[in-house]
Design a protein around this ligand. Structure first.
Ligand code: NAP
Length: 354
């Protein structure tokens, strides 16, 4: 990573009260070949932008780093330009009445310390007593909504049904277990990438049984964990995990296919599950989805989750990395599996929250 002034980036004037202040963006400078490395990014410092009429200047305080950013690195992220990502910021200067100074916003101008936003680019965050702000990037954000949609709409979980969850110790995986338990799931079975994570899942997250997918074929571990089969799967990994989920599914099971992190930096995608035809023979339903198609369920998620958070029945699973300068390390660490729960980066000293 290098950090240097970008003299070409911003020709607008500094804001009156913050003359001389700077803003930093992270940019991707080259495409990855396999697992990404820190030298594919650079930190670019420029002058603090000023809001024009109808916009507001926001200081970002929490950033989400997500597996889909890895997919975007292959082409959707423009090189040498600010990246996108879900972020929470506070308005520090406004020329838009819809975005008053002090308001907390969720928006997608992430991977940068500051952003100038139009009202249609941001959502005002509700304040819930006793709920930390960072929860809006975890259980109350896209991560929690993904788990909620997977369980309630795609898998259509019924009380008492056993659920297999892959990448169980990550953001979506922990949210799936927490929400699944509150919805009355039967046995929760999780797979994760280390013995420490396996222990954490059963001791702290509420999984009934967990296994390390490095210990042997996933299908063997899953069959041993669920000899009678599973009713529902929420698959975050794809490849061998999805094949195992199909193999271990009961008749009329449902599989919500959320992601395929096993293949995001593989040279070749893993072979499709070789047992796809079992879907027919056992009337199994496999359905993928994107959480961005479910914004209409955001309020429903708040109504469901906030009282449980406030009562202590829904603990927050997150790894919080401090300092915007750590955002690339946090992203790479998440891809390596260094996170328990949702990986979130928090500003070291956000002036907005002082
Ligand atoms: P996360 O699970 O918090 O972090 C990624 C985790 O993936 C790591 O902690 C790591 O844990 C695991 N992992 C990495 N490489 C792996 C591999 N080769 N095989 C198995 N596990 C591996 O990330 P998240 O944000 O919650 O996302 C989880 C999945 O959901 C991703 O596939 C993501 O793309 C998907 N997703 C989809 C939607 C949607 O709208 N469909 C929305 C959000 C997320 P281990 O230590 O256990 O390996």
């Amino acid at each position: 990573m290098n950090q240097r002034p970008d003299t070409s980036a911003d020709t607008r004037t500094d804001t009156g009260t913050r003359a001389g202040a700077t803003a930093v963006t992270v940019q991707q400078v080259a495409r990855p070949d396999g697992f990404p490395t820190a030298d594919l990014f650079r930190f670019v410092e420029g002058r603090l932008p000023a809001p024009s009429r109808g916009t507001a200047l926001v200081e970002n305080v929490y950033w989400s780093v997500d597996p889909y950013h890895r997919e975007m690195m292959d082409g959707a992220f423009a090189l040498n330009a600010p990246l996108e990502g879900r972020t929470i910021g506070r308005v520090i200067e406004s020329r838009a009445p819809e975005l008053p100074e002090g308001a907390l916003l969720l928006h997608r101008h992430g991977w940068r310390t500051h952003a100038v936003l139009r009202p249609d680019e941001a959502r005002l965050l509700p304040s819930h007593e006793g709920v930390p702000l960072s929860a809006h990037l975890g259980i109350l954000g896209g991560t929690g909504l993904t788990a909620y949609v997977a369980l309630t709409r795609i898998a259509q979980l019924q009380a008492g049904q056993d659920v297999f969850v892959s990448a169980a110790a990550g953001g979506v995986g922990t949210a799936t277990a927490r929400i699944g338990r509150l919805l009355g799931a039967g046995r929760l079975i999780g797979s994760a990438g280390s013995p420490a994570k396996v222990a954490h899942l059963t001791e702290h997250v509420g999984y009934d049984i967990a296994f390390d997918y490095h210990d042997g074929p996933v299908v063997d571990a899953l069959r041993a964990a669920a000899p009678d089969g599973v009713h529902r799967t929420v698959d975050n990994v794809g490849g061998e995990h999805l094949e195992a989920a199909i193999a271990a599914s009961r008749d009329h099971a449902r599989i919500a296919w959320v992601g395929a992190i096993a293949q995001y930096h593989a040279a070749e995608p893993p072979p499709a599950p070789r047992n796809l035809f079992d879907l027919v023979g056992r009337s199994i339903r496999l359905e993928g989805f994107l959480v961005r198609d479910y914004p209409h369920l955001q309020q429903e998620l708040y109504d469901f989750a906030v009282p449980h958070i406030q009562s202590g029945r829904l603990p927050l699973d997150a790894t919080l990395v401090t300092g915007f300068d750590q955002i690339v390390n946090a992203f790479l660490g998440m891809l390596r599996g260094e996170n328990l729960g949702k990986m979130i980066v928090g500003a070291a000293q956000p002036t907005a929250l002082r």
